[in-house]
Design a protein around this ligand. Structure first.
Ligand code: HEM
Length: 384
């Protein structure tokens, strides 16, 4: 008997890996529902980019120093002295943008195809949890270079957290580690970004993917039909997951990774001035937080005897709660988009509102040259 066979037997008796492998291979060969196409690669593409984020993040962490005195200089060294440091940092930053965009697109696709319906409600809720943790990662990561922009971005973000009734003030204090953004804040953001949030993300994602595997990808038919006929019967006629759909996923991941690398090489990240050097004008959050930032501006200082922003934050929290618990609000068993017109119109209006607020947030308090003249926008985003 060969050494490899004897070694394999030794491990098999202790772990049962041959049985697990056979089960996994059989699972991979099972067909996916006939409707599964490119739209269903968004989740896997996000997963692929997440691995890339971990790899580039670990590479950056080898050189990064998390103190206000050293942080900016260490990032400058990554950019100028460490071999390919500028590309790795560029990939990490562009990767973060791409990942947020992909996760949003994935959630939108799931909603349109009714993938959040029975029995996949928990898959959705866990996915929403993953999304919030990812936004937390993006927010905490932004402070780490300790530039003027990142410093004031953190100040604005933490102050907006403070407005949330009851939990806001203690959360803000916990994040800051004092009265304002300073050395303890950088330490806390660093620990959150490298340790706490990735650990939570890994657990939520594991459960999310475990449920995806347990239920299989949703078929086009309604939840009632899936209950009555069973998932396997509705997959009859679909392609096997491996190699057919797996190949699609591999192509999508390769294209996304190549796009991130290209963006990093063509549009290298700048490193702004170190925090404290000046107070920059027009500090605004990254695009995925712009809608919330802009939305809070429209609330008057007082409304019904309460601070207007507090009412705004309460309504926003209700909207986020509705997003998380969507499967319990959008309850019809129907998945086919053509038979869910009301839900889809409501979803489209929500996306339109979010997009409009994002656009207004992007132009507000700015002068932008376009169509042969310079347009100046006030803080509400109205042209002056
Ligand atoms: C990094 C974040 C995420 C990753 C890596 C991920 C990964 C995946 C993968 C690989 C699938 C199976 C293929 C597919 O339908 O695309 C899937 C399905 C699903 N995801 Fe996610 N996901 C993430 C975030 C989210 C978010 C934010 C939500 C919703 C708020 C969500 C809700 C769902 C649901 C309900 C399904 C089942 C869809 C169906 O069976 O049709 N996921 N996810």
């Amino acid at each position: 008997m060969s050494v490899a066979k004897r070694l394999g037997d030794w491990f098999d008796r202790r772990t049962g890996w041959r049985g697990m492998r056979a089960e996994a291979v059989a699972g991979l060969a099972k067909p996916v529902p006939p409707r599964v196409g490119w739209g269903f690669t968004l989740g896997s593409t996000a997963l692929g980019l997440l691995f890339l984020q971990v790899a580039t993040g670990v590479a950056l962490a080898l050189h990064y120093q998390p103190t206000p005195e050293a942080a900016h200089g260490s990032v400058a060294r990554i950019m100028d002295e460490v071999r390919l440091g500028w590309v790795v940092r560029g990939m990490h930053v562009w990767g973060a943008h791409a990942l947020v965009a992909l996760v949003l697109a994935h959630a939108a696709k799931v909603f349109v195809t009714g993938g959040h319906k029975r029995p996949r409600e928990l898959t959705w809720i866990l996915g929403a949890g993953v999304m919030f943790v990812m936004l937390g990662l993006a927010f905490t990561g932004h402070l780490l270079p300790w530039t003027d922009q990142s410093y004031w971005g953190a100040v604005v973000g933490v102050e907006q957290t403070r407005i949330v009734p009851v939990v806001g003030p203690p959360t803000a204090t916990l994040l800051l580690g004092g009265e304002t953004v300073a050395a303890p804040t950088l330490t806390r953001f660093y620990v959150l970004h490298l340790l706490i949030l990735p650990a939570i993300l890994a657990k939520l994602l594991f459960l999310h993917l475990w449920l995806v595997r347990r239920h299989g990808v949703s078929p086009a038919e309604s939840a009632d039909e899936e209950d009555a006929r069973g998932h396997a019967a509705l997959c009859a006629g679909g392609e096997p997951y491996a190699p057919n759909h797996m190949l699609r996923e591999a192509i999508a991941v390769a294209v996304a990774a190549a796009a991130v690398l290209t963006a990093a090489a063509l549009w290298p990240q700048e490193l702004g001035p170190r925090a404290g050097a000046s107070t920059p004008e027009g500090v605004r959050p990254e695009w995925y937080f712009l809608a919330v930032y802009q939305y809070l501006k429209y609330w008057p200082s007082q409304l019904l005897g309460l601070p207007g922003e507090t009412i705004g934050i309460c309504l926003l929290s209700a909207a986020l709660g509705a997003f998380v618990f969507l499967p319990f609000l959008d309850r019809s068993p129907e998945r086919r988009p053509a038979r869910r017109r009301v839900a889809l119109v409501a979803g489209a209006l929500a996306v339109l509102l979010w997009g409009t607020l994002t656009a207004l947030g992007a132009v507000s308090d700015r002068s932008i040259p376009a169509f042969g003249k310079t347009w100046t926008f006030d803080t509400w985003g109205r042209p002056r």
